[in-house]
Design a protein around this ligand. Structure first.
Ligand code: NAD
Length: 483
């Protein structure tokens, strides 16, 4: 590493540490923001989003080199506004101290749980939804009374710069700060002694981030990725399943953490599914290359990775159906047609890595138990989708598989429900945000015992064996008979 590089990194580190120190000092001066103060921060964020809406849509569009406006509105901006509304509506209830049962040992005392802001939350966002995945954790952090520093993705630099301007305009640097930069900045950022760190990104980088946080014992919420399967039951109309899956898979050209990664279809129905999927996909996107509804791949590197994975699958025996309705050439563009991949095997990269783009492997299965075993043999996914009108069988899937979240007869929309926790399990993540669980995630649930004037300990305390102690302990032991 050159001396200049070392100097730059030291400079970044010093700036980040100074920023965090300033926020921590502000937290110490006002450690318990009232509901009104929290609502005020949420309102300012609401207004900031409305003020910057058009510029944000344009910035994401430029970062992607073509991102459908409807996707930025529907999947980034509106969900943050919904989240703000939902948090404001529930805040008073969540902030209330909760009374808890007093055990006999503490007779006369009162016990309560207080929900205390943690302090300063660090947020690391990826590029695929650069607004939503930065601001949504910020909403949760603000609602719980925290301050926050947010690191945006280097692959969405225009959005990052605009978010920085927007936050600086509407918040003091003691309330919220946006940090931009590449991996070096991200590395220094995740080494900071935050009171909590939310990382959204790949499982691979998630591991590095958790190591960095461990040095400070900073608690983490890891919102990671993985291979989210969709299973279509034999009894479910295959065209209907294909239609619902095609809608979701087309969004952001498959660059979504909860995009269906591979589809499990009864063996005899693979071709029917592929045909119906293609038909439905084309009905949404009658052309691709110059279609502004169809989003580009974020970088050439990502595009090359996806194409390499298609080639790798073909070389290992897969058959690939390219859905390219107007038979465009994609040379020199950042767009990629949808590739449905049949005859896949475990040695193909498309069956090992998260897809994160417009590729869709089809995995045939014979029995539902086989499909469940296939899913359970692999890392626990971020989402699982099951298509079946039969509630009993759906219940079996829910009980016998693990995943961050589930949609039945649907894909992806569970992420839009503010009143439910969102997060992965195992390699797809840990911790939750959204819902009351999000508020709890960003709060310290502090148990508090308040003792009154009466001091029972003084009556039964050592020397043990005194009369009151004997009475107390005999009474207690009688309560706990063998079951
Ligand atoms: P990524 O892991 O490459 O990067 C995410 C963030 O981490 C970026 O801000 C980046 O600057 C930072 N980073 C990179 N290297 C780092 C390091 N060594 N130390 C600390 N920080 C570092 O992910 P990506 O390519 O931006 O996003 C795609 C991934 O994110 C996919 O795996 C996807 O499934 C996942 N994702 C998950 C969710 C979710 O909610 N669970 C949502 C969106 C995306």
């Amino acid at each position: 590493m050159t001396a200049q590089k070392i100097f730059q990194i030291n400079h970044v580190e010093n700036q980040l540490r100074a920023s965090l120190a300033k926020m921590k000092a502000a937290y110490t001066r006002n450690p318990a923001p009232t509901e009104k103060e929290r609502v005020d921060r949420l309102n300012r964020l609401h207004n900031a989003i409305l003020e910057y809406k058009d510029r944000l849509i344009a910035a994401v569009d430029r970062d992607f080199g073509g991102r459908a406006e409807a996707e930025t509105l529907m999947i980034e901006l509106l969900p943050v506004l919904e989240g703000i509304r939902y948090n404001k509506k529930n805040l008073r209830k969540w902030m209330k101290q909760s009374k808890r049962h007093v055990p006999l040992m503490l007779l006369g005392a009162k016990t309560k749980v207080h929900y205390q802001p943690l302090g300063v939350v660090g947020i690391v966002a990826p590029w695929n939804f650069p607004i939503f995945l930065g601001l949504s954790p910020l909403v949760g952090a603000f609602a719980a009374g925290n301050r926050a520093m947010m690191k945006t993705s280097e692959f969405a630099p225009e959005t990052g710069e605009l978010l920085k301007e927007m936050i600086a305009k509407h918040f003091t640097d003691e309330e919220a700060v946006v940090v931009n930069g590449g991996v070096e900045v991200a590395t220094e950022f995740t080494k900071l002694p935050f009171d909590h760190l939310v990382f959204t990104g790949s499982t691979q980088v998630g591991r590095i981030v958790m190591h960095a946080a461990a040095d400070n014992l900073t608690p983490v919420t890891l919102e990671l990725g993985g291979k989210s399967p969709a299973i279509v039951h034999d009894s479910f109309p295959i065209e209907e399943a294909a239609k619902r899956i095609a809608f979701g898979k087309g969004l952001n050209a498959g660059q979504v953490c909860v995009s269906p990664d591979y589809i499990m279809v009864p063996r005899a129905k693979v071709d029917a599914f592929v045909e119906a999927f293609a038909k439905s996909f084309v009905s949404h996107y009658p052309s691709l290359k110059d279609n502004r509804d169809y989003t580009s791949i974020i970088t050439e590197r990502q595009r090359d990775r996806l194409l390499d994975n298609v080639r790798d699958a073909e070389e290992k025996g897969a058959s690939v159906i390219t859905i390219n309705p107007t038979e465009d050439s994609f040379e020199g563009t950042k767009k990629l047609p949808m590739h449905v991949i049949k005859d896949v095997s475990d040695d193909m990269r498309v069956m090992q890595e998260e897809i994160f783009g417009p590729l869709l492997p089809i995995v045939p299965y014979d029995t539902l138990d086989d499909a469940i075993a296939y899913v359970n043999d692999r890392d626990r996914p971020l989402a699982l989708y099951y298509f079946d009108w039969d509630k009993r069988r759906a219940e079996k899937i829910l009980k016998e598989t693990h995943s961050g979240g589930v949609c039945i007869n649907e894909v992806m929309t569970h992420t839009m429900v503010d009143d439910m926790p969102f997060g992965g399990v195992g390699p797809s993540g840990m911790g939750h945000y959204h819902g009351k669980e999000g508020f709890l995630n960003f709060s310290k649930a502090k148990g508090v015992v308040r003792k009154g004037r009466f001091d029972g300990n003084a009556l039964i305390g050592a020397p043990w064996g005194n009369r009151l102690y004997n009475l107390f302990i005999n009474f207690q032991l009688r309560r706990f008979k063998k079951i």
